[in-house]
Write a protein that binds this ligand. Structure first.
Ligand SMILES: [Zn+2]
Length: 205
């Protein structure tokens, strides 16, 4: 099945690339050797439920210490003493406050960046990607606390794969997932433009 390649092509820079986006949860897209990893039933890439902390809190998935519980935006907000659910603007406010020296915000950014790095190193060790593109609050974190994330991920990422990977925020910023979804919806049109006319005609009958 090839349509997935059409979807990823505008965003992808390399044959083996990982896209990770965090908001409340974390989603991932894995392009391996130019092919989007879908898994046997389409669930591959549920990276938010990778266990990163054996002593971490229980998750709705039935596991505990899942990556998204340690790195999702609500974790950052509550650690910083803010209410959860504020979205990208609230995340940006915490990051700006941390930069301005607010101790609690700074500690929250440091802790979440550390756990972000822990997850990244697992991904690097498993996939040996050329590029990791970060979206959502992970991109915001990388832009403000790349050093901390980097320190955590080099601690145990195997040296060769770490040296090979470029980590960078998504160029489309907060819109990257939306644009990707639109591209996905557009996929069928690119595959078979005539099908649109036939669907419209069938609908009008
Ligand atoms: Zn989970």
């Amino acid at each position: 099945m090839t349509p997935a390649r059409i979807w990823v092509a505008p965003f992808m820079l390399a044959d083996t690339e990982v896209y990770l986006s965090a908001s409340v949860g974390i989603g991932g897209g894995f392009l391996v050797g130019g092919v989007l990893l879908e898994g046997a039933t389409g669930y591959a890439g549920e990276i938010g439920h990778l266990q990163v902390d054996a002593d971490g809190p229980a998750c709705t998935c039935g596991g505990s210490g899942c990556w998204e519980l340690k790195v999702g935006e609500n974790r950052l907000l509550t650690l910083a003493g803010r209410l959860p659910g504020g979205g990208p603007e609230a995340v940006a406010e915490v990051i700006a406050s941390a930069r301005d020296g607010e101790a609690r915000a700074k500690a929250a950014v440091e802790e979440v960046a550390e756990w972000a790095g822990v997850g990244l190193r697992a991904i690097i060790n498993i996939f040996n990607p050329e590029v990791i593109v970060l979206g959502g609050s992970l991109a915001q974190l990388w832009e403000s606390a790349a050093d901390r994330m980097e320190r955590a991920l080099v601690r145990t990422a195997l040296l060769a794969p770490r040296d090979d990977v470029v980590v960078r925020p998504a160029k489309l910023g907060q819109d990257s997932s939306l644009v990707g979804a639109a591209e996905l919806a557009f996929d069928g049109v690119l595959e078979d433009p005539q099908a649109v006319n036939e669907l419209v005609a069938a609908d009008g009958r």
